[in-house]
Design a protein around this ligand. Sequence first.
Ligand code: AMP
Length: 182
Amino acid sequence: MAMVDVDANSTGLERARALIETVPDFPEPGILFRDITPLLADQAALRATVDALAAVAPGADVVVGIESRGFIFAAPIAYALGAGFVPVRKLGRLPRATERESYDLEYGANTVEIHKDAIRPGQTVLIVDDVLATGGTMRAAARLVERLGGEVLGIAVLVELAALGGRAALEERRIWSAFVYE
Ligand code: AMP
């Protein structure tokens, strides 16, 4: 779809929702991919989104972003909050001593890492990603933060794919999503 039907008078968040494109069968058959790049390219939508996600945990010491699209939101949220930014990355990308967490995918497994010294015990943390699907990635990130002694104040995502059960996978942790797709 080349043109997006966006009401110029809508609030930034409504505008943002309208700018998320749904792409069938990407990157493989059966996946409905939620493409946020048109939202990112729009000044009002990007600002409204970052502001909304930043409002979730105003007292956070650290904002953790999950590679790679989580980084896009986590860094400006950290800047807005006056917090630090910490990346959770795919296996093998971080150069110093790490903690690792593996989780199962439909086929195979995945591993994410965090630098061991990235979070100090007692620091309060907001974890950010673009999409919450099954919750496997987010749960692994939360476990890494908690293993370092960080206190997860909340989890903020732009899009929650509710049918995939990510909320349940995250147990009692507090979750905030800007847009829920049933
Ligand atoms: P999950 O671990 O299943 O919750 O998957 C979350 C990660 O996969 C996020 O980092 C998303 O960027 C990505 N992801 C999963 N499903 C989709 C989807 N339908 N559209 C876009 N990104 C997705």
